[in-house]
Write a protein that binds this ligand. Structure first.
Ligand code: HAM
Length: 439
């Protein structure tokens, strides 16, 4: 026997029993984001490698060691996107989606790829819900995207979350910080890992993001960027906090929080979940005022965040099974003639928007009832040779354990009336009739 070909390590299937919960979360995201004026954009998952090198930064873990990069058959160097921000900005520049002085608000949902060591909550293909607000540097927009984010997480029923914010300054504040950091690290280099030793000259802020204990210990007393902000960044950060307070959003200032990507300026933030273990950041984001220019566009500011979809789902307090959509009707048959009628009737009902299941082979009534029960069908229509002869099938309401005869004459319409009645009396619960209703 040939060996099975399995999925690539760190790449996960999302099974039919799980997709209902994904769609539910996406639906809430779309509704809330639309209310805040965001529109959906869909960008390719493959980009030129240079896009990520230039945006995320050469000295980051992502670019240094986690990207899926390859030469295609025409020798172009391409990369499976490790995040969405760079792609969204590239698309905005390419299609000129900016309006001077106004906000361009976009979101996108899709897979990202990072070759990290897989573990619970960390995958090599994972999904993000990504939001970007471009064109304004007003601190109210920082607070506004955070307000929308927290509202979204609360609507999903998440609790025990922590919002952490920091300011990472701008090119004006960085030289002073770099000088202070270099002075602090002088003589302490040996306590740092090889990567962080290189970071002293490339980007000392990155050292705060290193997970190695020796590095954390070495920089315990290091200067903080918050103490080196220029007046503009300092004022911006103050105002963001004032607006967050106005919105009654709880947050903590974490002066040691830096992000894993180099493009941030001013506000940076993360949402961490108390219960999610080591992989506890479910959202990361911040302002990136120099990035659009860096990518070849005009000098346009921006701010955004990305939610890790898998980490988010693990915290939504609902079971996958709650989103399983059951067919409302099962047609059980006995005999070849009844089977042929059922296959025709079932498909006609589907065309008119009634989700219907039936057996495609002759089987015992008992096993068909068992299947209907397993599928959680509300009604079973029983059709055998005797019913065909008498012109009356039997309909069973599985939930109420009631059964009654139904004339085969006009049965399609009778079933639709009955099921529409059920749907109307359950308005707001599961969608029993599909969108394909063309009756
Ligand atoms: P990030 O912090 O690299 O930011 O990723 C955002 C979120 O994606 C993380 O908080 C985490 O929940 C999830 N995530 C990251 N890596 C993995 C992984 N290997 N497996 C599972 N989940 C993961 C960004 O990507 C920025 N582009 C966010 C942003 C948008 N900033 C401004 N706009």
């Amino acid at each position: 026997m040939k060996k099975n070909i399995t999925a690539v390590k760190g790449f996960k299937d999302i099974l039919p029993s799980q997709t209902g919960k994904w769609l539910y979360v996406e639906g809430i995201a779309r509704t809330i984001f639309t209310n805040f004026g965001f529109r959906e954009i869909r960008v390719p998952i493959l980009e030129k490698t240079a896009l990520f090198q230039r945006s995320i930064g050469e000295a980051t873990d992502i670019v240094e060691k986690e990207m899926y990069t390859f030469l295609d058959r025409s020798d172009d160097q391409l990369t499976l996107r490790p995040e969405a921000t760079a792609s969204v900005l590239r698309a905005c520049i390419e299609h000129n989606l900016f309006t001077p002085g106004q906000a361009t608000r976009l979101f996108t949902i899709g897979p990202m790829f990072r070759r990290e060591r897989p573990q619970k909550g960390r995958y090599r293909q994972f999904h993000q819900i990504d939001v970007e607000l471009l064109g304004l540097d007003n601190p109210i927009t920082d607070a506004e995207v955070i307000l929308m984010l927290i509202h979204f997480l609360n609507t999903l029923g998440l609790s025990n979350l922590g919002l952490e914010i920091n300011s990472l300054g701008c090119p004006l504040c960085r030289p002073g910080f770099r000088e202070a950091m270099t002075a602090y690290l002088k003589g302490r280099e040996a306590g740092l890992c090889g990567d962080c030793q290189r970071r002293i000259s490339s980007n000392p802020l990155r050292i705060f993001d290193c997970k190695i204990e020796g590095c954390a210990e070495t920089i315990r007393g290091a200067p903080l960027i918050l103490d080196h902000l220029c007046p503009d960044c300092s004022d911006h950060f103050e105002q963001v906090q004032r607006y967050l307070n106005d919105f009654q959003l709880k947050f903590t200032v974490n002066a040691r929080m830096v992000r894993g990507l180099d493009y941030y300026t001013k506000t940076a933030f993360e949402v961490v979940a108390g219960a999610a273990g080591a992989q506890n950041a479910i959202v990361g984001g911040g302002r990136y005022n120099g990035l659009i220019k860096e990518l070849g566009g005009d000098d346009i500011p921006g701010i955004g965040f990305a939610i890790g979809f898998e980490r988010l789902l693990s915290l939504v307090p609902k079971e996958d099974a709650e989103f399983d959509i059951a067919p409302i009707l099962y047609i059980a048959t006995q005999g070849d003639d009844a089977l042929a009628s059922a296959l025709s009737l079932g498909n006609h009902l589907r065309l008119r928007g009634i989700s219907t299941e039936m057996s495609y082979v002759t089987r015992s009534l008992k096993s068909q009832m068992k299947q209907a029960d397993k599928l959680n069908c509300r009604y079973v229509l029983m059709l055998g040779e005797a019913e065909l002869a008498s012109g009356r099938a039997q309909l069973r309401d599985m939930r109420r354990s009631l059964q009654w005869p139904l004339s085969l004459d006009g049965i399609e319409n009778s079933l639709i009336d009955l099921i529409d009645g059920t749907v109307n009396s359950q308005k707001g619960s599961s969608p029993l009739r599909g969108d394909g209703d063309n009756s």
